[in-house]
Structures are given as C-alpha cells and as structure tokens.
Design a protein around this ligand. Sequence first.
Ligand code: BGC
Length: 748
Amino acid sequence: MKKRTLLLLLACSTITVYAQKGKKPQIKIKPRTEFVADLMSKMTLEEKIAQMVQFTADGTITGPKSGTNWVDEIKKGNVGSILNATGVDYTRKIQKMNLDNSRLKIPILFGYDVIHGYKTIFPITLGETASWDLELARKSAEIAAAESAAAGIHWTFAPMVDISRDPRWGRVSEGAGEDTYLGSKMAFARVKGFQGNNLNDLYTVLACTKHFAAYGAAEAGRDYNTVDMSERLLREVYLPPYKATVDAGVGSFMASFNEIAGVPSTGNKWLMNDLLKKEWGFNGFVVTDYTGMNEMIPHGYAKNEQHAGELALKAGIDMDMVGAIYLNDTKKNLQEGKVTMAQIDDACRRVLLAKYDLGLFEDPYRYNEEKREKATIYKKEYLDAALNAANKSMVLLKNSNNVLPLKQSQKVAFVGPLVSDEFNIIGSWAAAGDRNGYAVSVEEGVKHLVKDQSKVSFNKGVEIKDSKRTMMQAALDAAKNADVVVAVMGEFENQSGEAASQVNIDLPGIQKEFLAELKKLGKPVVLVLLNGRPLTLSWENDNMDAILEAWFPGTMGGDAIAQTLYGVNNPSGKLPMTFPRSVGQVPIYYNHKNTGRPYLGTNDPEQKYKSRYTDSENSPLYAFGYGLSYTKFEYSNLKLSSNKLSGSNKITVTVDVKNTGNYDGEEVVQLYVHDVVGSVTRPVKELKGFTKQLIKKGETKTVTFDISADDLRFYNIDMKFVAEPGDFEVFVGGSSDATLKATFELVK
Ligand code: BGC
C-alpha cells in the first residue's frame, strides 16, 4: 500500500497541468470512410494483410506458440496490432519502430486485457455484477479506460459477456454470471464505460466483446471445451449480451475458442458474417482469440494453417491474434483463388476505421504522454470509486443472530490464509494490476477502521491449499481470547480465470478443518470469502454464524471488507450466479424448465418418480439474486394495473417494500415473469426487471415496473421472436425465490 501513496502524491502534483480531457489534436483530416478509402487505394496487398496481423509484445503465451519474432515482423512492416505492451514509454518505442518502417505510416493498434481495472483494480467482473448497479459498472469501465488510455493502450479485450451456468468453469469470474437480462444490461453499461461517447476522446478505449459465442457453455465446465445447443437456446439465453454490446456501439468482437454444433467460432461464417455483421449490423472488426485460428487444426476443422486462414477469412475474421496465419498464408490463399480481394479489403478497412476513430492517424502518439499517465493512474477519485464498487459487490449469505455488524467494543480475532493478503485480493485478469505493496489487505482495512487496535489480532492459521498445521495453534489461541472470530478464506486468484476449471469447488486445502477447530471454541465465527466463482458451502452454511461473499474485491478490497464487517457499509449485493449445494447439481440455474414430473419438495406425496436427486435437494444452497442486508425488507401489496395486456399497452406492476429492520439499506427489487404455456416450453421464471433502492429504516417504498408484450418475446416453435397470447405469472421479491405473485393474460 505504501508505494501507491507515493504514486498518488506524484499524480496530484501534475493533475492540473494535464487535465485536458477529450482535447483533440489540431490536425484536420478527411472524414473516416473517405480517408480510409484513400489510404487503401495506396496500399499494397502486403500492407493490407499487415493490418490483419496481431502479435504479442512480451511473449505472454496462453496457447501454442507461433514461432514468429514480432520485432522482426514490425521492422518488415508486417504488423497492424500488438497486444501485451503497456506504458507510454514502451508503446511509444514500439510505435516509433513501426512508423520508421511503415511506408504509409500506419500506426499500430495496442490491445490489452483491461478487464476489471488497469492499475486501480475493481472487483472481478462477477463480483461487480453482484452490485446490480449499472452506473457503477459503467463508471468502473470508464476509469479502467482512462487509466489504460493514459498508459498507451488503445483497445481493451473487454467486456467478457459469456453467460455461464457452470461454476466449474474458472472464467465465470470474468463475466456477469448466469442471467441473460442482467448480463445484457451489464454488457451495455460496460461498453459505454470503456468507449464513452467518442473514441477520439483521449480517455476512452475501443472495447472488444468476447468471447463470441457461447464460450461459457463449455461441456462439463472444462475450459475451451465443446459447445452444442439448439439455436433457440443460443439465441434466447447466450446471444443477447453480445447483441447488447452491438447496440451500445462496441468497436470490436473476439471469436471464442469453442466450437458450436461442430463449427469452431473462428471459422463460423454463420456466426461472424451472417449473424454478427449482417443480421446485427456490426460495423467494427473481429479478432480471433489467442491462436484461435491455428486451433482449428486440432479441432479437426482445418487441414493445415493455410486452410485455417481461408476458413477464418471467409467466415469474417478480420484479425489474427498471434497465430501468424494471416501473415503467412493470405497471399497464397488469394493467388489460389481460395479467398477474394474483397474479403481482404473488408478486413483491412474495418481495422483501419478503428484506428481512425481512435485518432491514431491524427497523431499516433496521442496516447503516449508521460505526464498524463502519471496524473491519471491511481487518482484519488478512482480509488474511491473502487472502494465504493467493492462495498457494493459484497453479498451477505448468512447472518445468524445478527452477529454482523461487528462492534468497535468487541475483541475480534481475524484469522485465515487471506487475512493479510495483498496479492490474491485483486483477483485474476488484473493483468497490469499491482499486488503486494499496493492492494489494501483485510488486516490493513481493519486497522484503518478500528479505533482500539488492542481489540484486534491477525493470524493466518493455515495456507490456502497446503496442509501445514504449524500456524494453526497460534490462531486458535488468539480466537480463544476473542469475542468473535472472523476467518478470511477462499481461493488463490489464479484458481479462477482462464484455464482454471475445477471438478471440486469446495474451500481448498484444510481451511474447512480449521473452521471446524474454530467452531469448537464456541465463539461466533464469521466466514469472509475471497473467491472467483460460486463455491459449495453446505457445511459452512450449517456451521458458520455468518458468511460474507467478498469475491476478489480489488485494490481497495481490504477497506471494503472492514467497512462491511463493522457496518460502515450495509451489504446490498445479490448473487449473479446460483451457488449449488454440491457440484453434482451443476449446471444449475434459476431459469430452468419445469419437466413433466416436477418435484414439489419434501411435501410432495410422490417421492419416487419425480425429477429429483435421491441424495440431495434440487434447490441450490443460495439462489440467483439472493443476498441479505443488516436490515430487513418486507414485500407486500403486489398489484398489476390490469390483468389483461394487449397491443402496445403496458401493465404497471407496483409493490411495497418496507425496511422493517434497524438500519438504512439498499435493496435490489427483482421482477420475474413466467409464461405458463407456450408453443415451446418456457422457463419457470425469467428476470425481466430490477431496481436498486435505498430504503431508510422504517420507510416503505412503492416500486413500479412496466411490462409490455415486447418483454415477453421468445423464439417460438417457428423460430419467430414473438410474444404468444396466454397466461403469465409475475413474481417480485429480493431474489429469484420470490413467491409474491400476480397474474395477467396477454390477449391478441
Ligand atoms: C483469452 C482472452 C484474452 C486473450 C489475450 C486469451 O487466452 O481467452 O480472453 O483476451 O488471451 O490476452
């Protein structure tokens, strides 16, 4: 944390001089299409192909190696884009090397994974989504854009909008969870945050929607694995968040590694050309994922690299990330008549337009200003926003006997492997994020807040994964002398993210054993979790007094956790993904179908021939949308303005939400709809609206939602996107378990 304070001071001293937000360079150039057409008329075939080529700068390898030397290729004028180069100094050097060798002085486009912050790290995306706060998500993307653009980056590989119903898949941490509606809203907000209103602004970056498509549906939750599903499920559940980013004006897309119904996305003409570019009207460019083009060979879809290049270009892939296939094989493919000049021109044009929009032709070094970089990174207001985001992402899963919030007068033993951690707390995919020495640990956060330091102690007790017991006794001794025990536990940051699938999603190592020892002391035990995916917490739920899901909360995470534990922040987060009782229930999600033999629970007179497990309940441990507060909310008076909906009319739904507890608090009020009978069966519930409301202690708020026929549309038996007349149920409440119900009929 100390180094960051120093940087902050440096930043503050230069801030006024360089606060030139959005200032445009003075050079006047032609309108975009004219400019790019002019430029392309001067370009050779090789120069056009170069625009379709991306290499990685520092050799970060997350896939098979291409064996190509990126520096040599830049010197030959063969590279249009570089990833994994950061900082104004380094990117300037690379840009200069490129411009010195580029006949037409076409700037390089610098891309980077700015996923949940650049230097000021926000909660992992899944955690941030638990805020259900769209403005917060937009803002954090805006800040990530400002910091990274000030550090020479033009393009972020975010947002990741893959819907996933499988917590075994490590990449759930990077996305918005399981729900299409919430995921689409978040996706839209994040693109707006990254790109702002104008890509020419010096503090915005080009966004990249990934991974197109349905990457989150990998079979068995194993990364990169096969996806197969009906077009209806694809269109209804998985595609809308990608489409939402097109509506938000996203400038680029990334193809996913997986195949869908036998066709790898990188070679999927239907997906890229027909759906994305034609049906949705996407005007930006599409990049492969890391060596995704080469991977069509082991997929069994391309014979060799040249063939892969042909399939990708025909499918509508505009840029080859790292694979070197476009560089090596495009000319040959053209000469042999396998691809057309029009296809090459289209790819090149799309990339050049993005460079134009970013202002790179006006000044290729416009994002390379040392003083702006220093003034922008770790601004106080950014750290405050990160703290706010972390606070809002906390989900209180259990709180027996109001053990939380803690009181300043209580003696508290803080224990657990992550209690003093400054490394894992910022989470995975915090590529440029500073860890040790920068991030606020829980210990630091508590020390910032607690007035009498003699009331608190900090002992790890155990490690995250290994089974050493040497530190356990000291922690137990401290716990014995305390009024309350807080165990800060969870996963390594790299247990989630890419290539981090697991078949076991319990708390790792001997953490549970340590919790059992703590419980034996007879003191209330609070479990604080730092993790990147839903975990199986049945034992913890039965045995702990309180559980706070803190995700990986980012740079200011320790302060947010302390503020939440001590009641400075009243938790208001709601789960964006279902937490199963056991991994055997996966995939598990709230908006499932009913089956012909729905199980009605332990009161069901028929226990045998029902759609159920014989060794577990069907229900999850914690449902989608669930999360407690230090106060209580009561829902009543659910009313519809009419019990018939027709034409372009709307039904207004009203509900009273009363804060009956002892604290002011925020509640995410959720609206679900069930289409009772359809030409194809419909889910038992679907989220159709939500609003986050601050409700004061004792106050009742009347919350309203509108429902129109448009909200009820789905892909019917003829694959037409329509609302079908018939009966609908409406549920409103504080989670997907909402039972308060009203009904209406959609009439023709
Ligand atoms: C990941 C992408 C990422 C890319 C570039 C890949 O391995 O799947 O999400 O943007 O690498 O780092």
